[in-house]
Design a protein around this ligand. Sequence first.
Ligand code: FAD
Length: 568
Amino acid sequence: MIFSRGWLPGLAACLLSCSPLLTSASSSHKQHCKAVPGTPDWPSPASWARLNESLAGRLLQPPPPGAVCHPGQPTYDAAECPNLISNWSSLDYHHTNPISTYWNNWNNDTCLPYQGYPCSGQGYPLFVINATTARHVQLGVQFAKKHNIRLVVKNTGHDFIGRSNAPNSLSIWVHNLKDWKYHGSGFRPKKCKSTLPGTYLTAGSGSQMWDIYTRLDEINQTIVGGGGKTVALGGYLTGGGHSLLSPHYGMAADQVVEIEAVTPSGEIITANSCQNQDLFWAILGGGGSTFAIPTTFTLKTHPTPRLSHLSVFVLTPLANTSSVVFPLQAYITSQFPSLSASGLSGYAFLFPPSTPINLIPGTNASVGGFFMSCVIFQSPPSNTTSLPFPNDILSLWTPILSNLSSTFDLTTNNFTILTLPTSYPSFLAYFTDHHDTTPAGNNIIPYGRLLDGPALTQNLTKLSETYQKVSLGPDGGTGENETQPGGVIAAHLVSGPGVHNHPNQFKTSVLPAWRKTYLHIGIQLRPAQTHQTHRRPHRRLVVHPLRRQRALEASGRPSLPRRKCTYV
Ligand SMILES: Cc1cc2nc3c(=O)[nH]c(=O)nc-3n(C[C@H](O)[C@H](O)[C@H](O)COP(=O)(O)OP(=O)(O)OC[C@H]3O[C@@H](n4cnc5c(N)ncnc54)[C@H](O)[C@@H]3O)c2cc1C
């Protein structure tokens, strides 16, 4: 079945109104709100015990991970606490814990591993199913539906907008769904008549980038995958998934040919281009856990490319350089569409003046300007074992850098231009050196924009002003305006011809803007943590109604009218 974009509203409306899980609280049950402990419909201990039995003991009640640092908590452990604190900012810790998430504000800072601050499990799920099969996922969905419980899916806990965590919920932890089957000579999706040519991988939705890259590298293959070692297929593919390989091969969602998933009604289904096509389309781009819980994905693999890599530095340590830094950033990024047409992809960072980061090799200075780590592939990969010649990537940058020198006053403004070329024999070799090492364990509110060719090339004055406003805030960094400035802009050149022209583009619900985009820009606002500054972080959780009622009674204030639902 071919889907047009105009079909989306109909599908969305149907899924919203027809999904038994989504409507269970409103139409099939009289009660509007989800069950929480203390309300009559919350399952009895015996019901939870029966669920645990049906799962062969895979039901967990994990304590909040930060509790090991809080005397008075059952899991307090003075010896373990320093280890936890030192791992709290590492991406590697949170993905192995059944409830921990990377960003504190999505647990409402309810149990940070620091003494002197409160610790409770209120910001976390109450029960967790450690799923290793689709049947475990199915039992969880059916139980949550039957008992009107809030359901959440956690994989690694990377989610930038907190969707892998919810209080008072039953969480399905899909991290251990690790199926693996490589199809070296084509793949025939179930109920389809023909075999798709090429190479494919069927992998559990808990499979993570580093494991996939490593295992596929043994047979000289790779996937269109993400830049973080621990990112898992579940959230990555349902979000569309961009990659260094996307400008060549399309979005990650474009590579998928079959999904096994548990639907909101608790059925285990197969979705592909021959059955459940609507769900197949909706899952691939519709966002994590929106339409179903995928347990495996079958996706295309590609021969691992040999790469030329270049680090490009155009940086100044001088503070008062806004009039040069932002126009310079606009000029360089205006070259991205033509660089993309030449096969370049990569990750750039736009630094406002005086960014406290030491990037100029051999100096100790805060900087402003531009940095990019970029690659070109030898595609199709050649059979020779010699490394690609890094000068081919350098030659793409030579005219841009000489134009910079003649257009901007780089000498007076003390700019350093530096290019460091390297070569890699495989994607894994490149990734080992250049994976994303963003620290976790803090507060985050991200936002981003997709920039197409006209946005990048038609009005460089406006583009420069935009970068300045985003980086410094609308008041130019004076602090008069309350809007928080974004600081460093991550500017990822991860789209291009392979995304724009992908034949599967109408088979997925990936945001259509990607089909024209070159640059994905992202900014991470970092609201202060309450334990450090007493400023309130972004609040998402709502106080339990019974607790709120008691607090109002104790304060002698009149009760508020009962809210329709416990959670927003
Ligand atoms: C260091 C780092 C690097 C990144 N690099 C890239 C990149 O290069 N390209 C890119 O596109 N993105 C990248 N991302 C973003 C990443 O793809 C998303 O955060 C993604 O949602 C993570 O998915 P997850 O399953 O690992 O995380 P989780 O937080 O566990 O899940 C994310 C969302 O998906 C849902 N979900 C996860 N698995 C399932 C499942 N099996 N069934 C149903 N719902 C599920 C969760 O409920 C949640 O809503 C990066 C993120 C980080 C932190």
